[in-house]
Design a protein around this ligand. Structure first.
Ligand code: HEM
Length: 416
């Protein structure tokens, strides 16, 4: 894909930023090519893609890059840089964490932060162990019959959706519906049918959370929905749509990413048997392994869209006011200037922190929860099975074609 930078030089959008290349985490070249590139996201949106660690890290906390900018968004729709269907998003204006900036954003964030603190999440660790135990017992049973099991459908997704249901206070029986909705919501929206599916899923989830909010208002319990309802009532509950949007965001963000991290992490360990052996030999490497999985196979390739409120320089590239900017978290986490031999998966790696959870005001709310689940998932899986093998040649794996990266399925043969 060729395009022109504001300086007039031709800029090639590096292969790793293109959707087809998502399967391959090796993207050191993306950062090496330059700090920012003009390209088109899979949604059809024209955007600047920032790819070097230094610029991405700084941009994540740069107040000149904003999430909420209705005037700029409208200008972009008018000049055709945001596809028509995004016009309705500009009009809708329901406030969410990912469509507001401080100080408005900080008010929303204060509502949810306590439920995701290290302490609260630690209290859920035992529950995560139980859930993993039950899922692994079923997988063990099937493996003893000589069957192949799918780590994505039988472990990673059920774990992460059960945990977020538990935290929110949504019945675990509803998890299949969440899975269905989130597939429609996070997948590419490049054609009319997938846009329609996205809208149907958003509406269904909105209705679902409307009912759950009513139920918790009538009979509050010890869960996040009840806490948010109480906090909302205290504030006067002036915008019921806002609360429903918050819950939809937490549900989607809360399980898609974590499930993909677990599946991609297991695949990385299978691709690198010496790293797996090192982890088995030293359980103290469990947490560093999860961090390396986040860096090397991070499930979120790009940040949410931001808008430039003034001209901003990324290294030698000058991006004008009123442009869309996406921050390449995955590319930054493979920047050779910050991560020596960046495409190697190395559970002993130390040094610069990765950017897989973002940084600054929008730093991932669920980082503690995601880390805890990945640690418990990898730990219990390795404890349960002495031998884990891919049941198909790696080339046969297919990848989720969305901004959340991960294998669609991970068929495994497991031996105790
Ligand atoms: C491996 C798992 C996860 C990864 C890699 C991840 C990644 C991210 C990233 C990169 C951002 C910042 C986006 C930006 O600045 O544009 C973010 C924000 C967010 N994440 Fe996560 N996330 C994960 C798990 C979770 C979980 C478990 C939850 C919640 C239950 C969650 C909820 C959110 C929310 C609500 C935001 C918006 C925060 C804000 O704007 O203030 N995430 N996440």
């Amino acid at each position: 894909m060729a395009a022109t930078s504001s300086a007039g030089d031709p800029v090639r959008v590096p292969e790793p930023l293109l959707p087809a290349a998502r399967a391959c985490p090796a993207s050191g070249s993306a950062a090496a090519v330059g700090p920012a590139h003009r390209g088109r996201l899979v949604t059809g949106i024209e955007s600047w893609l920032v790819t070097r660690y230094e610029e991405v890290a700084a941009a994540l906390s740069d107040p000149r890059l904003v999430m909420s900018a209705p005037r700029i968004q409208q200008e972009l729709v008018d000049r055709g840089a945001l596809p028509e269907r995004f016009g309705s998003l500009v009009q809708r204006r329901t406030r969410t964490l990912l469509s507001t900036d401080p100080p408005e954003h900080s008010q929303l964030r204060r509502l949810v932060n306590p439920s995701f603190s290290g302490r609260t999440v630690d209290l859920l660790r035992e529950r995560a162990r139980q859930v993993c135990g039950d899922l692994l017992a079923a997988m063990r049973e099937r493996s003893r019959q000589g069957e192949v099991v799918d780590l994505v459908d039988e472990f990673a997704f059920p774990l992460s959706v059960t945990m977020i249901c538990q935290l929110l206070g949504a019945p675990a029986e509803d998890r299949e519906r969440f899975r269905e909705w989130s597939q429609a919501i996070v997948f590419d929206h490049g054609d009319a049918e997938s846009v329609a599916a996205y809208q149907r899923a958003m509406a269904a989830m909105d209705e679902y959370f409307g009912e759950l909010i009513a139920a918790k208002r009538a009979a509050p319990a010890e869960d996040l929905v009840s806490q948010l309802v109480a906090a909302d009532d205290e504030r006067g509950g002036e915008d019921p749509a806002e609360l429903r949007s918050m819950l939809s965001l937490l549900m989607i963000a809360g399980h898609e990413t974590t499930a993909n991290l677990i599946a991609s992490g297991v695949l990385e360990l299978l691709r690198n048997p010496e790293q797996l052996a090192a982890l088995r030999a030293d359980p103290g490497l469990l947490n560093p392994t999860v961090e390396e999985c986040l860096r090397h196979a991070g499930p979120v390739a790009f940040s949410s869209m931001r808008f430039t409120t003034e001209e901003i320089r990324f290294g030698e590239v000058l991006v004008p006011r009123g442009e869309v900017v996406s921050l390449g978290l995955w590319a930054a986490d493979h920047d050779p200037a910050h991560f020596p031999d960046p495409d190697a998966f190395d559970v002993h790696r130390r040094g610069d922190p990765h950017l897989a959870f973002g940084r600054g005001a929008h730093f991932c709310v669920g980082a503690n929860l995601a880390r805890m689940q990945a640690q418990v998932a990898l730990g219990t899986l390795l404890d349960s099975f002495g031998e884990i093998k891919l049941a198909v040649p790696e080339e046969e794996l297919s990848w989720r074609p969305a901004n959340t990266r991960g294998p669609r399925h991970l068929p495994l043969r497991l031996t105790e």
